[in-house]
Design a protein around this ligand. Structure first.
Ligand code: NAI
Length: 330
């Protein structure tokens, strides 16, 4: 099947070309993101393949349908950027990669926690400059601390398992019951209790209308003074302006982000020669207790291989009219 990829980077092309040797699809890689201006470039392709920050609005879907597109293959888990009702109305089937490596994201969550706590990023620079002073590098033992996970799905559960290995008390809030929580020694709680008792709050729920700005001024007010807040899920779960206030008042003592609500204009591109216009983002960068990575939690060789494998399998299943186990419906 002919597949047009939007927002394709060199690393996407490499992993998809390699895995496609077993599938034999016709792959066309475009560097431009999918949006109302670029949708027309899908002309001739039956499937388009997109990533987290591509715009798949009703307008774009109408253009894709006119171009002859029948399948939208997301090479990611989250689908908050897709208007699923419009896709259904245009007869465009949507598939995704529900899990490619929850370990990659959980392990990156720990990388953020440990870096913020033990300040290895600052130590690295200091040592290279011959500064061996310890002032400003004071951390705390993770052992015995309480970590609250919002969302106990695939990534939340693995994060919980790792944290239990560190000897943490792990609380979790999820809208679904969890069969695995008890065996892992995770205490299921309400959000208020989680906020009140957690030294670290880490977000692992999807972005939905219910979770949009879940972490707002009201939620921050319920948290422990000096809390560490980690978001590797989706940027808009956090009200960034409220979090900046929390950082200024020192209620939030550490912030680790792999996602940002306006990341679509920034992440995945080299902007080092440009002036960044986003003042909220620049304010975040001014805090020395804020650590930001650019949506790289998923980015391991294992995950990239799995993404290509599952995406191309989804597309072959569609082509061969097999059951679509990874279909997403409104
Ligand atoms: P999952 O679907 O396995 O788990 C999500 C959990 O959140 C479910 O248990 C669900 O019941 C729960 N949930 C839904 N609404 C909730 C609410 N209002 N409050 C609390 N919990 C709620 O998804 P998975 O694989 O664990 O991924 C979680 C999120 O991580 C994804 O939605 C995605 O946004 C993000 N992600 C980020 C990546 C990155 O590179 N930074 C890569 C992959 C996923």
């Amino acid at each position: 099947m002919q597949i047009t990829f939007f927002n394709a980077k060199k690393y996407d092309q490499e992993s998809f070309d390699e895995v496609n040797q077993d599938f034999g699809h016709e792959l066309r890689f475009l560097e431009v993101p999918l949006d109302p201006h670029t949708a027309v470039l899908a002309q001739g392709a039956e499937a388009v393949c997109v990533f987290v920050n591509d715009t798949v609005s009703a307008e774009v879907l109408a253009l894709l349908a006119t171009a002859g597109v029948k399948l939208l293959a997301l090479r990611c888990a989250g689908y908050n950027n897709v208007d699923l009702k419009a896709a259904a109305a245009h007869g465009i089937v949507v598939v995704r990669v529900p899990a490619y490596s929850p370990h990659a994201v959980a392990e990156h969550t720990l990388a953020l926690i440990l870096t913020l706590n033990r300040k290895t990023h600052r130590a690295y620079n200091r040592i290279r400059e011959g500064n061996f002073a310890l002032t400003g590098l004071l951390g705390f033992d993770l052992y015995g601390r309480t970590v609250g996970l919002v969302g106990l799905g695939k990534i939340g559960l693995i994060t919980a398992r790792i944290l239990r290995g560190f000897g943490c008390r792990v609380l979790a809030y999820d809208v679904q019951p969890s069969a695995e929580a008890e065996a892992l020694g995770v205490e299921l709680t309400g959000l208020d209790q989680l906020y009140a008792e957690s030294d670290i709050v880490s977000l692992h729920c999807p972005l939905t209308p219910e979770t949009h700005h879940l972490i707002n001024a009201e939620a921050i007010a319920k948290m422990k003074p000096g809390v560490m807040l980690i978001n590797t899920s989706r940027g808009a779960i956090i009200d960034t302006k409220a979090v900046i206030k929390g950082l200024k008042s020192e209620k939030i003592k550490y912030l680790g982000l792999d996602v940002y609500e306006e990341e679509g204009d920034l992440f995945f591109e080299d902007l080092s020669n440009k002036v960044i216009q986003d003042e909220v983002f620049m304010r975040l960068l001014a805090f020395n207790n804020v650590l930001i990575t650019g949506h790289q939690a998923f980015f391991t060789t294992d995950a990239m291989h799995n993404i290509a494998q599952i995406t191309l399998q989804n597309i072959s299943d569609f082509e061969q009219q097999k059951e679509l186990v990874n279909a997403v419906e409104a």
